[in-house]
Design a protein around this ligand. Structure first.
Ligand code: AMP
Length: 369
């Protein structure tokens, strides 16, 4: 492998996107002596409070993207749906990690699943549909209960409906209301878990332990670290995530969300890939207080070609998202000695909006020996 360029402390890291993930990446970058330049479209985005440089422009403003890329040493991103034109423009003028080809796969549920299967990773059964008639046909092979999702731009359960056995295809298609969908067989899972892998340009990888994710209203509510699953299943989940990161050639972070099956499937797999995100992930926020090196610092190390840090936790932890009005309870968390409070500085409290999170430390990390 070619010698990767090392971007040394003092350099400037460009970040596409100005949300809380960008904010926490910028804070981790500052800790290692880097400056950041945030590219985002709104003046009140949380990352802008903590960055030396900013560009406020739309993601199709090619001139602004070029100037941004020319002013930094490397570019990463915190928003998964950065348009292809923005990625291509930036990549002409600066190293972009993760690259446009990884993003193209991660932005599309069909490509994601096709890719996973092509490298031997299990997914639920799925079929692309473009009309009520195609949906009716697909439901013969993948019967309800099932999920119908947009292939692109879905998050936190948006852009998807559950198809129940009492619905007919016409009714489901009308409710879905999109011209293109992916029908997915429902997985009867024991739990949902995720693994975050860091990978640098040298091909070194470091994976955090498997954590369990619990959702409320389809938004992540709590992450429990470690996940209470058998050691073999845990090893399979980590191996799956590492394999996916290596096969994609990700430089940066890859979060891999997996369903843990109640019983192994016909291929002997105990986990199925749900989706991937090549960026810091909400289910990795616990690492900020329970590990020596957080996911955010790991991202900075990876994109700058530095050695990756330890992913070994010192504490078990539960991360709770503060969504909407939950954040008004901040005083209560300040007086809890096991709680580490993180607020994102968002002015407007809105239902379903992620305002912050709390990491509660739960004693020493359980050791196998
Ligand atoms: P997604 O945005 O695709 O991750 O879906 C949001 C949540 O809906 C997941 O975390 C699961 O709880 C549930 N879900 C989505 N797809 C499936 C599926 N094929 N089988 C079972 N549950 C699913």
């Amino acid at each position: 492998m070619a010698q990767a360029k090392i971007i040394t402390p003092g350099a400037t890291i460009g970040i596409l996107g100005g949300g809380q993930l960008g904010r926490m990446t910028a804070l981790a970058a500052a800790q290692l002596g880097y400056k950041t330049h945030i590219f985002c479209s709104a003046a009140d985005e949380p990352a802008l409070d903590v960055t030396a440089h900013r560009t406020l422009a739309q993601f199709d403003d090619v001139d602004a993207l070029r100037q941004f890329a020319q002013s930094v040493d490397v570019v990463t991103l915190e928003w998964e749906n950065v348009p292809a034109v923005a990625l291509e423009t930036v990549a002409k003028y600066a190293p972009l990690h993760p690259g446009a080809s990884v993003m193209a796969i991660a932005q599309d549920r069909q490509k994601e699943k096709d890719f996973a299967r092509s490298v031997g990773i299990g997914t639920t059964r799925y079929k692309i549909v473009q009309s009520a008639a195609e949906l009716a046909e697909a439901l013969k092979k993948i019967p309800a209960p099932a999920f119908l999702k947009t292939t692109r731009m879905g998050y936190d359960g948006k852009g998807q409906i559950k198809i129940t056995p009492d619905m007919d295809a016409e009714q489901a298609w009308a409710e879905f209301g999109n011209p293109l969908g992916i029908l997915e067989a429902r997985v009867d899972f024991a739990c949902e878990v995720s693994v975050i892998v860091a990978r640098n340009a040298q091909g070194d990888m470091a994976a955090y332990p498997v954590v369990e994710n619990r959702h409320k209203n389809q938004i992540l509510d709590e992450t429990h670290a470690p996940a209470a699953i058998d050691a073999e299943i845990s090893a399979e989940a980590v191996a799956t995530a590492r394999h996916m990161a290596a096969q994609l050639g990700v430089i940066g972070l890859l979060a891999v969300e997996l369903f843990v099956l109640r019983e192994p499937n016909g291929e002997g797999q105990s986990v199925l890939l749900n989706e991937i995100a090549p960026r810091p992930h909400n289910s990795g926020h616990w690492t900020m207080d329970a590990c020596a090196v957080s996911q955010f610092e790991q991202l900075v190390r990876a994109v700058c070609g530095l050695p990756l840090g330890s992913t070994e936790p010192h504490s078990a932890a539960v991360m709770k998202n503060l969504i909407g009005n939950d954040a008004l309870q901040w005083q209560q968390y300040l007086s809890d000695r096991s709680a580490c409070l993180h607020l994102y500085g968002k002015r407007d409290v809105r239902d379903g909006r992620k305002m912050g999170h709390v990491n509660s430390l739960k004693g020493p990390w359980p050791r196998a020996d």
